[in-house]
Design a protein around this ligand. Sequence first.
Ligand SMILES: Nc1ncnc2c1ncn2[C@@H]1O[C@H](COP(=O)(O)OP(=O)(O)O)[C@@H](O)[C@H]1O
Ligand SMILES: [Mg+2]
Length: 389
Amino acid sequence: MMETSKKIFPTIGIIGGGQLGKMFIQKSSQWSVPVNILDRDASCPASVLANHHIVGSITDGNEIQKLADISDVLTWEIEHIEVDKLIELQQQGKTIIPNPEILKIIQDKGKQKLFYQNNNIPTAPFFIALNREEAKEKLTQTTFQKMAVKTCTGGYDGKGVFITDRNSILENPKIIPFDGELMVEEFVPCKTEIAVLVARNRKGELAVYPAIEMEFDPQSNLVSFLISPANMPLHLEQRAEQIALQCAEAFGSAGLFAVELFLSENDELLVNEIAPRPHNSAHHTIEGFYTSQYEQLLRVLLDLPLGSTHLKMPCAMINLIGPETGNGKYRLKYFNELNTLSGVYIHLYGKEESKPNRKLGHITIVQPSREKVLEITQKVRTLTEIEIL
Ligand SMILES: Nc1ncnc2c1ncn2[C@@H]1O[C@H](COP(=O)(O)OP(=O)(O)O)[C@@H](O)[C@H]1O
Ligand SMILES: [Mg+2]
């Protein structure tokens, strides 16, 4: 058993040691809060900052047990982990935030959609099918013309999402590039996609962030560009915040939740999915907001009051993504040029090798006005080349 009596802060254990974990530890280390990680990759991004790094699989209950043995509070930075072990640990009295039962729902896109439906959370019409053949059959009972077919488990970063149309599936369901349990959702023609972060602390207090506008790369389905404040009418922004609060209430657990929403062409706000952890769409909260998403999660884990969710200055974020053309060692070609621009902050995650579409870093742009943010972001975009060495 560990010695806890003389500690100022509890020791935090994160399952996963990617860039989200790294940025979380960057904040934690400012307050000298000890953080351990579990990740099978000995050189994962968070490894350089972790107090203890257990090199082991996040899907192995025994490895999670090792992390639990040296940590007071457990959380995660990635969804594809051995959740039943967390539920077991929670039953034994371990503090795990958020409640792992929520992760159990979120790991399955079908269960997730049923949860929204059961809690009157607005979401696009859908059905669940056991396989491609059943998807075809059930499709005939709907009026869906265009749809997003999603694998219920295992998808991430747009992998596991297939956009198609009615006739294509009716002709040949095998065009769906994955089988097994599927969630078939009506396609939502969108004006934009937004993310709303909401935090709930251990006393049940809630704090919601203003909506973040996301732009996706149509090729990779990855977020390519984000901006705050979102360009949307106040009443829709308020509605989005209200939906995010409703989601956090429905979960009934402490934690940080990133609610992804579609703003449809007829101004409907529909929940797409929720990440129960820090989110790629909110990295710019580090430089652009009074309380970053990482600090907010830290406050939740430490049982502190929540921080201000206000914007300091208009800001944007773009990802640095591995090019399609190759694998291997790399560099950000215009690192020096980027560093001549004021209000431009480069984050490099320290991944050893580039792979196509791999998230290698991001850049935050903070400027006095939204127009200026857009102007500088355009400039930064021309300087984001990743060169394979
Ligand atoms: N029903 C839908 N209508 C329109 N676009 C969709 C729909 N479902 C998914 N998409 C597009 O695909 C992206 C990825 O889907 P998502 O379910 O969020 O998967 P992931 O878990 O990989 O992020 C969405 O952000 C959106 O751009
Ligand atoms: Mg998503």
